[in-house]
Design a binder for this molecule. Structure first.
Ligand SMILES: O=P(O)(O)OC[C@H]1O[C@H](O[C@H]2O[C@H](CO)[C@@H](O)[C@H](O)[C@H]2O)[C@H](O)[C@@H](O)[C@@H]1O
Ligand SMILES: O=c1ccn([C@@H]2O[C@H](COP(=O)(O)OP(=O)(O)O)[C@@H](O)[C@H]2O)c(=O)[nH]1
Length: 455
């Protein structure tokens, strides 16, 4: 069997610590099988842009490239994160389309393909990740690459009417037909894509999972829910309890219960709504006053995009307002932190928490939801409050499933989580943990690559 070559916008180099589920999951998959990981280094440097940097660590070969200011502005901040990201998260109101950034997106995809081709072997299996790189396969085919080529979309696939509102949508989605297999997070995403192919994409759904595009090309598509390294997170969390950062957090709570949220600072994560729901919980349940501290970790993300900067300002105001209105001399209801924490500390924080708050307005999967469950103490597990609009809700049925737009409903779910009897907490946790033990990161990688290689 040939090598695995992973291509993603962002490559996380050894010893780098960056928030983001894709990097965590891809790294886990590559560590297991070995192979090449190719993509952007995360650096913008006009002097070195376009130059390939290579490095080996264990069984992983890393090849990365810096970007120029213009490429970064057009491709990453522009078309990927100001056009595709809001579109794919059902936020038509935030979509900003320009032909210039669209051209930049195609230019960087072509550049990536050109740099990757000399590194390829004929029997490689190439696995391209996410919305940044939709045209990548088509570009590689132009260079004569005949390897099996798969694509995985980490974010939601929205309703077909939204996709069809994108100028030049047919060209973009026809580019997908150069892949052999397209993977989605959930069957809902797959179904919505099939609707698009039938209604607007000038193609045919031969049967679920087998499509014929305009021009008669056949390709396969399927749902492959991404997951976590469940046993690793469980043992990391148990060990993390003795880490200094985790002990300090535990001591600072003065025996109060902890609610935790961990999200990139992104409008898809529903943070303003969550903050309001926490305030509503304090108002609707005065008997709970002083019993729960809410820690929100929200590392800054995509700060080159105006909407993200505006969100940061809004959250600072809201957090200040909530604490100003509800704090006591000896208790601050919420702690709001923009730092990025290493995974090992986070798993210890999750284990300390009675409540995990995962309430995105839309999310492809949300690995934090899964990590929170895997990190719990089996004898005294915490409760997950989970948005029905996260991909993870398709699997974690025993969480308290909420509609993140229903502020009263989320407030009451927080109260229910805090007061839930131990027997019910254990029952819910065991069911979710069993799911995560069976469907872990190894299964995700195995199922996807088997489908890609065998198809
Ligand atoms: O690279 P960034 O721009 O800093 O963003 C980080 C990642 O965010 C998104 O993650 C998605 O993938 C997760 C794993 O499948 C999934 O759980 C989550 O729901 C998605 O939002 C983005 O799709 C990635 O490309 C970014 O690397
Ligand atoms: O300070 C932080 C915040 C988040 N994460 C990790 O970033 C990932 C976030 O993935 P998720 O799927 O929840 O959302 P995304 O950010 O990819 O949209 C998870 O593995 C988190 O543990 C981290 O390592 N440090």
């Amino acid at each position: 069997m040939g090598r695995l070559v992973v291509v993603s916008n962002r490559v996380t180099l050894p010893d780098e610590n960056r928030a983001g589920g894709l990097a965590v999951a891809v790294h886990g998959a590559l560590r297991e099988s070995g192979g090449l990981w190719f993509g952007w280094s995360g650096r913008i440097d006009p002097e070195t842009s376009g130059q390939l940097r290579e490095r080996h660590d264990g069984n992983i070969h890393y090849a990365t490239m810096d970007l120029s200011h213009r490429d970064h502005a057009d491709y990453y901040d522009g078309f990927a994160n100001r056009t595709l990201w809001p579109l794919l998260h059902f936020r038509m109101d935030l979509v900003d389309y320009s032909r210039e950034t669209h051209a930049g997106y195609r230019r960087v995809n072509a550049l990536f393909a050109q740099k990757l081709v000399p590194l390829l072997h004929t029997d490689d299996t190439i696995w391209v990740h996410d919305y940044h790189l939709i045209p990548m396969a088509q570009q590689l085919r132009v260079h004569g690459v005949r390897c099996r080529l798969g694509f995985f979309l980490h974010v939601p696939m929205p309703s077909s009417d939204l996709l069809a509102a994108l100028p030049d949508h047919a060209r973009l989605f026809e580019d997908l037909s150069s892949y052999d297999l397209i993977g989605f997070q959930t069957t809902r995403d797959l179904e919505r894509f099939q609707d698009y192919v039938r209604l607007f994409g000038r193609g045919r759904v031969i049967r679920s999972g087998v499509l014929e595009t305009y021009g008669g090309h056949r390709l396969r598509a399927g749902a492959f829910p991404i997951s976590i390294d469940t046993p690793m997170i469980a043992s990391q969390a148990a060990a993390a309890i003795s880490k200094a950062s985790v002990r300090r957090l535990a001591a600072s709570l003065s025996r109060r219960a902890l609610a935790i949220g961990v999200d990139r600072l992104d409008y898809s994560k529903g943070l303003p709504e969550r903050f309001r729901a926490f305030a509503r919980y304090l108002e609707r349940h005065p008997g709970q006053r002083g019993k729960l501290t809410y820690l929100q970790i929200a590392p800054v993300s995509r700060s080159g995009v105006a909407e993200y900067r505006a969100l940061r300002g809004e959250l600072e105001q809201l957090a200040g307002h909530i604490n100003g209105g509800h704090a006591d001399a000896d208790w601050t209801p919420m702690r709001y932190v923009n730092r990025n924490y290493p995974h090992a500390s986070l798993t210890g924080f999750y284990r300390l928490a009675r409540v995990g708050l995962v309430t995105p307005l839309r999310d492809g999967m949300n690995l934090v939801a899964k990590e929170f469950v895997a990190a719990q103490d089996p004898e005294d597990p915490g409760v997950l409050v989970l948005s029905s609009f996260a991909g993870a809700a398709r699997e974690l049925h025993e969480a308290l499933i909420v509609n993140p737009y229903d502020i009263d409903g989320v407030a009451d779910a927080i109260e229910m989580a805090v007061t839930m009897p131990l027997a019910e907490r254990r029952e819910r946790w065991q069911a979710m943990m069993a799911q995560l033990q069976e469907h872990d990161i190894v299964a995700w990688r195995r199922d996807y690559l088997r489908a890609l290689r065998e198809g």
